[in-house]
Design a binder for this molecule. Structure first.
Ligand SMILES: C[S@@+](CC[C@H](N)C(=O)[O-])C[C@H]1O[C@@H](n2cnc3c(N)ncnc32)[C@H](O)[C@@H]1O
Length: 220
């Protein structure tokens, strides 16, 4: 047990076609705010964002992994899309710079029958050199100051033939990043939409954009 033990939690039940998942998230996010002037301390890790539901549905419905295929979820928060990849057969690594988020995401993986590797890394000084078959980015490309570092991780940590799955609720910063980044790289992009309905939200319906970006195995 670590620091996450002291966080009051609530259970979320996530229904995917033919399967229910349980996740534990923070019950009171405002109680976790310690310094509103420090962006790194905003507890945006403590809940599941609409983009994560959209990506989880997309992966569940369309993607299967071979058992030795490695998936890295960046800025995993509570880890939903990564956990769905684990359930579809992948070897899962959950990553975040917040140690409590990582502990909770690891516990969420465990209660859904998965043994995920946990990687505490800050995008701005990402030291992991491992290569992954798939990198997940659910609602993390929101800040142009940070997007530069995420672009570097995509380039350095993806295997040839691998894919990046990005989801967001139509964020300008994400589109602007991708417009430039895809122009400078040899990736192929497919776009998909998932409409997500959430029970307890003020704004219950979201259109989540998913970018399925693949890096060719052979470059002609
Ligand atoms: C908007 S939340 C999204 C959480 C989750 N991916 C989801 O969609 O539910 C952003 C996540 O990125 C993490 N994060 C923010 N800045 C980071 C950084 N510099 N390095 C690593 N993780 C970071 C936060 O801790 C948080 O978990």
């Amino acid at each position: 047990m670590g620091e996450s033990e002291y966080i009051e939690k609530k259970e979320l039940v996530i229904s995917l076609p033919g399967r229910e998942l349980k996740l534990y998230v923070a019950a009171d996010i405002e109680a976790l705010i310690t310094d509103i002037n420090d962006e790194d301390k905003v507890p945006c890790w403590a809940d599941v964002w609409p983009a994560a539901y959209g990506l989880a549905h997309y992966i569940w419905e369309t993607i299967d992994f071979l058992t030795d295929e490695k998936v890295l979820e960046l800025g995993a928060g509570m880890g939903l899309p990564g956990i769905v990849c684990g359930l579809k057969g992948a070897k899962l690594t959950l990553s975040d710079f917040n140690p409590i988020a990582l502990e909770m995401a690891g516990n969420n993986a465990r209660i859904n029958g998965l043994d995920a590797e946990l990687l505490q890394e800050d995008w701005r000084k990402f030291a992991c050199q491992d290569k992954f078959d798939c990198i997940l980015a659910s609602d993390i490309l929101y800040d142009p100051k940070l997007n530069f570092y995420l672009g570097k991780i995509f380039s350095n940590n993806l295997k040839p033939g691998g894919k990046i799955l990005i989801s967001h609720p139509g964020r300008k910063a994400t589109y602007e990043f991708l417009d430039k980044w895809l122009d400078n790289n040899l990736f192929r992009e497919e776009k998909h939409l998932r409409e997500i309905e959430l029970k307890d939200a003020l704004l219950p319906r979201y259109n989540i954009v998913i970018h399925n970006i693949s890096f060719p195995l052979h470059i002609c």
